[in-house]
Design a protein around this ligand. Structure first.
Ligand code: HEC
Length: 148
């Protein structure tokens, strides 16, 4: 029984790096766009709460922020070589300015970590400020690296 559970846990932890391998550029593009959409959904719900378009529920906000803090690393492993062509809005500058692009990703991840910490306090004001910073980080990268 214990061995079974252990095997399941190991299976889970090894599943993540494996997901970073894509069968082709098209699969990588779909993957990163999907994760971006999921990020958008959960950040959007936090924004709906801080803007009063949805009743504030501290538990839901904390769940959204924690989820964001987990998945925000995923899209960036999918900007693989050759995936600047096809059904993508990723600008080719990404592959010419990789360090700058990665820094923009890191900035967003740091802001999301702060949002996660703020959401754990349950303070709507703290969540509002932190969510605003995340929105800015998302936008900053899109302004430079996402074709309109
Ligand atoms: C470091 C750069 C970067 C950051 C940070 C970033 N994005 Fe993106 N995002 C991109 C790029 C590049 C694309 C275009 C991907 C493609 O079409 O292949 C994109 C695409 C998207 C899309 C469109 C996906 C689709 O279906 O085509 C959404 C929605 C999105 N991002 C939301 C977000 C949100 C929300 C955040 C912040 C939590 C965020 N992004 C942070 C670079 C970034």
């Amino acid at each position: 029984m214990t061995r079974l559970i252990l095997a399941a846990v190991i299976g889970l932890t090894t599943a993540l790096p494996a997901a970073a391998q894509f069968k082709n550029a098209e699969a990588a593009i779909k993957y990163r766009q999907s994760v971006m959409q999921v990020q958008n959904h959960h950040l959007g719900r936090i924004f709906a709460m801080v803007n009063g378009r949805m009743p504030f529920d501290a538990k839901v906000a904390a769940e959204d922020a924690a989820l964001l803090d987990t998945i925000d690393k995923l899209p960036f492993v999918a900007f693989i070589d050759g995936s600047d062509k096809g059904e993508t809005n990723a600008k080719s500058e990404i592959w010419k300015q990789r360090a700058r692009f990665d820094a923009a990703a890191l900035k967003m991840q740091e802001d999301v970590a702060k949002l996660n910490a703020a959401a754990k306090t349950g303070s709507l004001d703290a969540i509002k400020a932190a969510a605003g910073a995340v929105g800015q980080s998302c936008k900053a990268c899109h302004d430079d690296y996402q074709a309109k």
